[in-house]
Design a protein around this ligand. Sequence first.
Ligand SMILES: C[S@@+](CC[C@H](N)C(=O)[O-])C[C@H]1O[C@@H](n2cnc3c(N)ncnc32)[C@H](O)[C@@H]1O
Length: 283
Amino acid sequence: MEKQSQREVKKEQWKEMAKVWASYLPPAKPSKNEIKFWEKELKKLPIKKGISFKALVLGSTPEFRDLLSKYKVDTTFVDINSDSARAMTSLLKLPKNPREKFVLSDWLHMPFAKNSFDLVLSDSAQDNIKYSEFKPFFKNIFSILKPKGLWFFGAVNVKKKDLLTFEQYINLYKKSPKIFKDQRNYWLNFFRLCYNSEFYDKKTKTYNFKKVNNKIKELIKDGVLPKKAIKDIGFGLDYQQVLISEQDFKKIIKKYFEVDDEYQDKSHLAMKIKWTAILKPKK
Ligand SMILES: C[S@@+](CC[C@H](N)C(=O)[O-])C[C@H]1O[C@@H](n2cnc3c(N)ncnc32)[C@H](O)[C@@H]1O
């Protein structure tokens, strides 16, 4: 029962999330350069008409779906929340892919047979599931990918050397609030706080955005920060996400996947907190 109510709360969060998705900039979603990279890689695959080729998108990411639509790839996108899927569909830039279908499902219990897909695409999907479920999640994707299949994989990845203390974060804002007006800088710096013990639960590997908000609110109450700081450097939703490093990902996936290639978008400093890789199942 408790589990079910937690899932409902999550659903509400995603409705809100979908509304603001359009205003989000990378690294919160795939960047234009990342999509260009994926396009280049996609074109190397046998996606031409007449050949069976099946792609699976984890979530409703409009950027991936537009890319697959451009080449009319047989696509299935899977999302646990139909409202979110509908909202994301409204954000597609290209006409809807006639070869696309939606499956309402949890990524941990997808109704697909072994070796069903040639390609899986996901951007920060695993951030939304419990860390304790990472192993079954990766095992599941391994299982539904064909032996020669690939996974276009994106994850937030903050390196230890880039971390900020809360004090450094606040000082950065006080010194130059303008920096945070560029949303990409905001994401970069907000994520640079992630592994602070006040905000990060080491057991569940979860970064709690609300705890950052609470500390900002305290500083506003004490007159240290202006009222607008909560909008400038806080996060509007009660949200948590699972975050681990690239090294930890590599350790977890080792049993099932090898890294075939990696890509770093250098168009903006904020992209340094992304790990973008092509994963190949060890089959
Ligand atoms: C921030 S996105 C992350 C995934 C991807 N980047 C996307 O754009 O869809 C969150 C989306 O993933 C969906 N989602 C979250 N947890 C899920 C799960 N366990 N199974 C299936 N979909 C899930 C949400 O409903 C939402 O549409």
